[in-house]
Design a protein around this ligand. Sequence first.
Ligand SMILES: [Zn+2]
Length: 67
Amino acid sequence: MKTVYDQRISCPHCGHHIFVSLDTSEGDQDFYEDCAACCNPIHLNMHIDRAFNKLELHVDSDDEQIF
Ligand SMILES: [Zn+2]
């Protein structure tokens, strides 16, 4: 069974599209990827719904949003 998926996401900082590898064999994951374009960290939250065999990916910038 395939457990690693390449998912395309867009950077919440600059909108650049990057690919991330998701390893579903480890269960739910919370991790950071650095954007290749703007180098800001992208917060990724992966949730595996085993009942529906579905993968949910939440992307956010983790910014404090203070300007
Ligand atoms: Zn970016």
